[in-house]
Write a protein that binds this ligand. Structure first.
Ligand SMILES: Nc1ncnc2c1ncn2[C@@H]1O[C@H](COP(=O)(O)OP(=O)(O)OP(=O)(O)O)[C@@H](O)[C@H]1O
Ligand SMILES: [Mg+2]
Length: 451
C-alpha cells in the first residue's frame, strides 16, 4: 500500500520508512507540511502517518486535508509530547489514533496495516449494502412490491448472521434464489453452498447423502464418502423441501443442529462441522408439527428466522418488472415488447406455478415469436390448461417428422438386433411386409454388408 509519512525528524523518517518499506509498502516521506500536502494531492496514499509539529501549518492541516479528500483514509497522528487535548482534537477531526513517541516501528507498521484493512472491509460492507439496497430487488431477485421489499429487508438483516433461516413459499416463488442470496451476502460467501432436496431421495439414501458413510456401512458402500454436511463445512447447507424429511432423519438433523457434530454411517468417530443451515418448505412447518409429521423440537431449531415468499398472485404489481427481467434473461440480447392488454392479462392471471411459470411463459413466447419482437398473448397464456406449470420449457422442438424418423430408425435397429438381422423375422415382429422393411432399411441406411 501507499503510505504518506510526514515528520521533520530525520531519524523517525528514515527508520520508519525502512520498516514500512521492508513490510512491502510504498512510502512517500515528507519533511514539512507543504511536502506532505503535495503528496496527498499527487499520490492518493492509502494511509497517512503524520507528526504534529512540523515546519508550515503542521500535522493538523495534513489531517484536515486528508479528511477533506477522502474521509475513509486512515490518518495516524504521531506526537512528540503528551498532550491529551491535542490528541482529543485530532481524533475529533477524524484521526484514527494518536500515538506518542517514541514507539516501536514494527508496532506502527502493523497499526497502519490494520487500519487500512479495516478501511477496506468498511468499503466492502458499503458496496454490499448498496447491492442489497438496489431498487427493485437484489441478487437477481426481482420485486418492487411491498411484500418483496419486506423479504429483502429481512434477508439483508439476517444474511450476515449465522442464524438458521426457514424460507417458506409455494413452488416457484424463488426459495432457492433467496437461499443463494443469503449465502452470497453472508460472511461464508467464499465457502461452499451445498443444496440438497429432502424430497428427492428415499429415507435411507437421504441419510447416506447427508451424513456420508464409511466403507462397508451398508451393502453398496464400497468406499467411504463424505456427506453433504461435511461438504458444506465452512459454508452453507440448504435443506430444500425440509417438509418432506422423514422423521427418522429429523432426529439426526436435530443432533447436528444442536451440536454441530455428526458421525458418518458406520462410524463411531464424531466429526465437528462448521455450517450455516438454511431450509425451505412449501407447507407451513407448524401445521406439520400439529399433524405429527414434523418434530416440534426440530421445528424450533429450524424456524429461527422465518422468511415467507408471497405467491405471485399476491403481488401482481411485480409482474411487469419480472417479465422484463425474463426477457433479458432469455431474449438472447433481443428486446421484446408486449401489448398493454397482454400485460394486464398477465397481471390478472393467478400463476399457480408462480415466477417459474411466468418465466416458462416468457421463454415459450420468445421461442414462438419468430422474427417478430412482440410477445403474443396467446403464447404467454396458452389456452390449453393441460400444459401449464410444466417444469421446463424445451429450448427447441424438432419437426414431428424428424422426431418420428429417429424413433423409427432406433426401433428398426432394436428389431434387427433381436432377430440377429433376419429379415423375415424382423418383418414379422414389426408386423410389416418384407417389402416395406426392405424399403425402410434402404432409406435409413440400415442395410448390412450382405444387403
Ligand atoms: N423474484 C424473482 N425474481 C427473479 N427470478 C425469480 C424470482 N423468483 C423466482 N425466480 C426464478 O424462478 C425460478 C424458480 O425459482 P426457485 O427455484 O428459486 O423457486 P423455488 O421456490 O425453489 O421453487 P420449488 O419449490 O419448485 O423448488 C428460477 O428460475 C428463479 O430464477
Ligand atoms: Mg426450489
Amino acid at each position: 500500500m501507499k503510505i504518506l509519512l510526514a515528520d521533520d525528524e530525520v531519524t523517525i523518517r528514515v527508520t520508519l520508512e525502512d520498516a514500512l518499506a521492508e513490510a512491502g509498502h510504498e512510502v512517500f516521506a515528507a519533511a514539512d507540511t507543504q511536502a506532505a500536502l503535495a503528496v496527498l494531492e499527487a499520490e492518493t496514499p492509502d494511509a497517512v502517518l503524520t507528526d504534529v509539529r512540523m515546519p508550515g501549518e503542521g500535522g493538523m492541516a495534513v489531517l484536515e486535508r486528508s479528511m477533506a479528500l477522502d474521509p475513509s483514509r486512515p490518518v495516524i497522528i504521531m506526537t512528540g509530547f503528551a498532550s491529551l487535548e491535542q490528541a482529543d482534537a485530532a481524533v475529533r477531526s477524524g484521526a484514527r489514533v494518536t500515538v506518542q513517541k517514541p514507539f516501536r516501528n514494527e508496532s506502527m507498521v502493523s497499526l497502519v496495516e490494520t487500519f487500512v484493512r479495516l478501511r477496506d472491509l468498511e468499503r466492502e460492507n458499503d458496496s454490499l449494502r448498496q447491492r442489497l439496497g438496489e431498487e427493485g430487488g437484489f441478487e437477481g431477485i426481482i420485486g418492487t412490491s411491498e411484500a418483496m421489499q419486506a423479504v429483502f429487508a429481512r434477508v439483508r438483516t439476517v444474511a450476515p448472521t449465522e442464524a438458521t433461516v426457514l424460507i417458506e413459499g409455494e413452488s416457484g416463488t424463488g426459495k432457492e434464489r433467496v437461499a443463494l442470496a443469503l449465502h452470497h451476502s453472508s460472511l461464508r460467501a467464499e465457502g461452499p453452498f451445498v443444496a440438497i432436496s429432502c424430497a428427492a431421495l428415499p429415507e435411507s439414501l437421504l441419510e447416506a447423502e447427508l451424513f456420508g458413510y464409511e466403507k462397508g456401512a451398508f451393502t453398496d458402500a464400497h468406499k467411504e464418502r463424505r456427506g453433504r454436511f461435511e461438504l458444506a463445512d465452512g459454508g452453507t447447507i440448504f435443506l430444500d423441501d425440509i417438509d418432506d424429511m422423514p422423521l427418522a432423519v429429523q432426529v439426526k438433523l436435530l443432533r447436528v443442529l444442536q451440536e454441530r457434530a455428526l458421525e458418518r454411517l458406520g462410524s463411531e468417530r464424531t466429526r465437528s462441522i462448521d455450517i450455516r443451515v438454511l431450509a425451505a418448505t412449501k407447507a407451513p412447518l407448524r401445521d406439520l408439527v400439529g399433524e405429527g409429521r414434523f418434530r416440534e423440537d426440530l421445528f424450533y431449531r429450524i424456524n429461527v428466522v422465518p422468511v415467507r415468499l408471497p405467491p405471485l398472485r399476491e403481488r401482481a404489481g411485480d409482474v411487469p418488472l419480472l417479465v422484463q427481467c425474463m426477457i433479458e434473461r432469455h431474449g438472447g440480447g433481443r428486446d421484446y415488447s408486449l401489448a398493454s392488454s397482454t400485460m394486464s392479462g398477465l397481471e390478472r392471471y393467478p400463476w399457480p406455478g408462480n415466477v417459474r411459470e411466468l418465466e416458462n411463459a416468457v421463454q415459450r413466447a420468445i421461442a414462438l415469436a419468430g422474427g417478430g419482437s412482440e410477445l403474443a398473448a396467446g403464447d404467454l397464456l396458452a389456452r390449453d390448461e393441460r400444459w401449464r406449470g410444466a417444469t421446463e420449457v424445451p429450448e427447441r422442438v424438432e419437426p414431428l417428422r424428424e422426431f418420428l424418423r429417429e424413433r423409427e430408425i432406433e426401433h428398426l435397429r432394436r428389431a434387427l438386433v433381436l432377430t440377429g438381422g433376419h429379415r423375415t423375422q424382423t418383418a414379422e415382429v414389426l408386423r410389416i411386409s418384407r417389402k416395406v422393411l426392405w424399403e425402410k432399411m434402404r432409406d435409413y441406411g440400415l442395410e448390412g454388408p450382405g444387403g
